[in-house]
Design a protein around this ligand. Structure first.
Ligand SMILES: [Zn+2]
Ligand SMILES: [Zn+2]
Length: 245
């Protein structure tokens, strides 16, 4: 039997293991090399490209020649050095994240992690970081949801970048309300004292990356950064998969 005769058999076997349709729209055909996401769905993913705010990563239109402070930063007291996100949190992407997070659609995880890793890994490689810390869930919420999406994405980023992960160092000590309908200042207030460090965990002089799924105003990640910096961390930066614009 020659090799070409085996090919249909091999393809049939792969077809059993992998979905042949796009994992997002379940409609178009999609290949493994595209992460099982079809070309029309890929078109709805928008990577964040300059120009954007140096601090919070908010993209803006046109060229900026002078020192620029974006509207979000002006209203927020942000503690991290910078925040960056891989893609725009448009309705399409938020739907994927929602299904991943709340309906346990775990097959979206490699796709979401891939978006993050392809943008974050080259940037993180330029500056050595000591630790990746996912934004923790409150224990009650974690029990209910059974997994922390930020923790799972952080594990994949850690594997890809070789930066050690520590998912135990930071704890969420206050069960915070959903922030969807909050203003910027309400979000910041809601996050006040929401996080604490586990006693005896050394962060002194460490350069830390905080990882979350979605960045909206920065209230959550900034509250994490504040705790780490006051414990002596040398630098705290933030990466998320998606960013609201
Ligand atoms: Zn599709
Ligand atoms: Zn900004």
């Amino acid at each position: 039997m020659n090799v070409s005769a085996l090919k249909p058999l091999r393809d049939a076997a792969l077809g059993l293991l992998y979905p042949e349709t796009c994992q997002i729209c379940n409609h178009e055909r999609a290949k493994p090399a595209e992460g099982f996401v079809c070309p029309p769905c890929w078109k709805k993913i928008h990577f964040i490209r300059p120009p954007f705010c140096d601090r919070c990563g908010l993209p803006f239109q046109g060229a900026i020649t002078t020192k620029f402070e974006c509207a979000n930063c002006r209203e927020m007291d942000l503690h991290f050095s910078y925040a960056r996100s891989a893609v725009v949190a448009n309705a399409f992407l938020l739907e994927i994240i929602h299904r991943y997070k709340y309906q346990r659609a775990l097959w979206f995880e490699p796709f979401l992690a891939d978006l993050l890793i392809r943008e974050a890994a080259p940037v993180l490689a330029k500056n050595p970081y000591d630790l990746i810390i996912p934004v923790p869930l409150h224990p009650a919420k974690q029990r209910e949801r059974e997994f922390n999406q930020a923790g799972r994405l952080a594990t994949r980023l850690s594997r890809a970048t070789q930066i050690p992960l520590n998912a135990k160092l930071l704890r969420r000590v206050k069960p915070t309300q959903t922030q969807t309908h909050f203003t910027r200042s309400e979000r910041a207030k809601n996050m006040q004292d929401a996080f604490a460090l586990r006693v005896g965990e050394p962060v002194n002089g460490r350069r830390i990356v905080i990882l979350d799924d979605v960045f909206t105003t920065g209230a959550t990640t900034s509250a994490c950064a504040k705790v780490l910096l006051s414990a002596g961390a040398a630098e705290v930066s933030v990466w998320t998969v998606a960013r609201g614009i």
